[in-house]
Ligand binder design. Sequence first.
Ligand code: NOJ
Length: 482
Amino acid sequence: MSVRKFPEGFKFGVATAAYQIEGAWNEDDKTKNIWDTTCRTPGAILDNTTGDDVCKSYDFYKRDIQMVKFLGVDFYRFSINWTRLFPNGFINKTSESGLKYYNNLINELIESKIEPVITIYHWDLPQSLQDLGGWANPLIVDWFGDYARALYKMFGDRVKTWITINEPKQIGVFGYGMLYLAPRLNAHGIGEYLAAKNVVLAHARAWHIYNDEFRKIQNGICGIVLACEFVEGATDSPEDIEAGLDAMDFSVGLYSHPIFSSQGGFPESVKRRVAARSAEQGYPRSRLPEFTPEEIEYCKGTSDFYGFNHYSTSFVTRENFKTGRFPVPSFDDDLGAVEIVKDYDRGALDYSFIIPEGIRKCLNWVKKTCGNPKIMIMENGFNTFGGIKDLDRISYYQRYIDAVLDAIEIDGCNVVAYTAWSLMDNFEWNYGISIKFGLFEVDYEDENRKRTARWSVLWYKHLIETRALQHHYLPEFREICF
Ligand code: NOJ
């Protein structure tokens, strides 16, 4: 069996997000967020479930920590539920019970020698702020900055790694440009670009606040996490290769270019394509808002690491593209490419193809377009319909982590951390609870939400203990419950 060691100092983690695990949606003084609203919208969630009392981590967080401890990871990535802490959305009122909950969680992690890594925003915007326009309203840059500052003040003495915002594309394209993720605005061709600009500016504001007011005393790091699904041309034709590169600019570059490139602002290809389509469609100006020169400078260099989430790869072509195939105007129409489905194995979600070389290619795309930044893989994982002996998940992790090691050792990508998604089964957004990403299984029929270790728990535990990837390693299975 061959064994590949991880570089010295490489860190391992496991992740969750508040709405996906906490439950207790209306306990104490918590108010509604956009997911509480979406889950009450008929037809929005495929299996008609909600996050209302999903894994009950608000009650059972101590067990979650025992599970994290059992895995032996260096850090636990979780997010703050905005309205649990600030019921008004604004920071003028703090919930004492919310504050107590997050303090307990953080303190208990530290006592267990696990580093807390906080995501400030993982998609659960206060409904009160959504009613004022949410990420389409430029004032959110102030609101988010205030919220971030409040968190640094409350927890920054103990929390040293901050993620400002998780996956801007999912917020904007799927939340504002489609009828898909909350808030399901479906303002296609407009909303996703307004959100893109405001999310990037809000991130930059939160980073500057950390940098100017807290870094010296708290000594932490602060960065953004982007959805880095890889998109490649379906064939080697120059047109398809260009379609793949454009798709990366639209999906990832829209957010990474303003922050990580030396030029700043939105990528040229996106600016050009959206401006041209907008003009054809009779709009007086491009639907993609511009950054002012001051804003371009303000956003550049505002991430201490590149947070990288990756699950799968897709393929695009321009061959059969005709405008009208997608809503007009829209993100997809502006990109002007169609997806070609190739014959790869997949997980339970129909878009999650198992293509390990995709993660390596995507890490190299980041290296090339963003000046070889320090990359922290903040999510990677596999989805099934369930089962404890999850050999398919182990095989996915095995092959993807192998490809990450290729990216590090052969290509010189500066990857310093790896995070498995997810600690346990949870509320997979518009798919509800039927899709399982967990290392631990959660029994939703049990009022105590018993958690049982899948085979992959033992596999990941061994990887972390040995700090090495051992090909074809399979742990001996034993039943472990929390
Ligand atoms: C990325 C998101 O950050 C997370 O919330 C989600 O559950 C996973 N992808 C899996 O789809």
